[in-house]
Design a protein around this ligand. Sequence first.
Ligand code: NAG
Ligand code: NAG
Length: 210
Amino acid sequence: MAAALIWISLLVGLLEGLGGTEAQQTTLHPLVGRVFVHTLDHESFLQRPEHVFSVSAPIPITYHAHLQGHPDLPRWLRYTQRSPYQPGFLYGTATPEDRGHQIIEVTAYNRDSFNTTQQMLVLLIGDPEGPLLPYQAEFLVRSHDVEEVLPSTPASRFLTALGGLWEPAELQLVNITSALDRGGRVPLPIEGRKEGVYIKVGSASPSPPA
Ligand SMILES: *[C@@H]1O[C@H](CO)[C@@H](O)[C@H](O)[C@H]1NC(C)=O
Ligand SMILES: *[C@@H]1O[C@H](CO)[C@@H](O)[C@H](O)[C@H]1NC(C)=O
């Protein structure tokens, strides 16, 4: 009986807490051992009617994301944004120790109006279905920055390109890392030069011999 009462008051407290913040909440399902990418779109953080976007000038927005109750993101998750006029990305590959749920708080700062908006991302991290991927290979793509491969189209184009070597249906993205995070090169913003990105793929079957 006492236990039930404690639970009820905890629940009420939680609900009140959520009502007060008014943060938008999104539930996502990252998989252990697979690349997870979440795009922080300006549109989803701006409180304006749809039709205003097409006519008005772009708005600069920057983001800050952290694990609830901690100053930083969990170890497996990285944040990147090329410029305030481009979307931000949260990306990474969860490890078996990350299974369960993690709450990421994202604050968007509108650099024109100084308005801030908050979102909560509820990550439910679980195991992928299907076979294990014991055959893995990593490629360094020198011609791209990490932000250029994070949107799903370039990443899937890369997988298709590898299809000539490997059964494309079998290939999964298991890790994407900026070459800068590997300490590969000094991060000098040289015009036209790319940082490079490491892309790791995995398959249930070995790549056929060339
Ligand atoms: C992905 O790559 C990063 C950087 O090399 C590394 O720290 C991390 O452990 C890798 N994650 C997995 C799940 O392989
Ligand atoms: C800032 O946000 C508030 C509430 O979300 C909104 O009413 C106001 O118009 C915004 N200000 C600007 C300059 O966008």
